[in-house]
Design a protein around this ligand. Sequence first.
Ligand SMILES: C[S@@+](CC[C@H](N)C(=O)[O-])C[C@H]1O[C@@H](n2cnc3c(N)ncnc32)[C@H](O)[C@@H]1O
Length: 231
Amino acid sequence: MKDGYWLMGFQYELTGSLYSLGRIPRCKVAMLERLKPGDKLLVAGVGHGTEAIEAAGRGVDVTAVDISKTMLKYMQKKIDRVKPNRPIRMVNNDILQVKYPAEFDMVIANYFLNVFPQEKMLAILTHLTTFVKPGGFMVIGDFTLPREGGRFYRAFQTAYWYVAAFIYWLTADNAVHPIYDYPALLKSLGFEIEEIKHFKMLGMNCHWSILGRKRAGNESSPKSAAEQQSA
Ligand SMILES: C[S@@+](CC[C@H](N)C(=O)[O-])C[C@H]1O[C@@H](n2cnc3c(N)ncnc32)[C@H](O)[C@@H]1O
């Protein structure tokens, strides 16, 4: 399995925190309050495991998946330091090779989907949504989609993303692409957007955590704009 983080993995957590003036770590744990002890959480592309370890400390049953041995090694170091209340199941595999149909109360993809070109990202997001129980949550933490404010505001948000994307294209072979519209994608996959938390830098929304709830089988999907118009 390809380990794109063998070289830069050691500094990943620290530089993310510095680059976001501490917003990324806060964004990663933003939706954990929706979980209770004993709930089942899967964290995809877990990296150093900030949210996974925090959740295990709160008594949540955590499964963490990452393709990179290097990232999991740093996560293990953090576990040894923090010693959370519950053990964490750590799976070193490609997320597309693991299958957990409707097993989890929450699936988190923090700064994970942005690693991939659009087609693969869609395949992975669709795959992840199959892990969520009906009525459960899918959480995506990432760079904010620039769609508000003036030209300078949106240019800053866009440039802020591309600088990070370019660095990880150089060092980890990640994809460089426009910021994805995760709320729209989640809606198209049968989720209702229950909450979005924003994390500002220099007064501008630069990071967001999006909480989608999977509709239970007996809930009807909202009418499309075209259906509403013809009603
Ligand atoms: C940008 S890092 C984000 C890490 C972590 N979620 C965070 O917020 O700090 C992307 C992570 O996804 C992992 N990854 C990339 N492709 C993967 C795949 N196909 N399956 C599982 N993990 C993968 C990488 O090894 C890396 O740890």
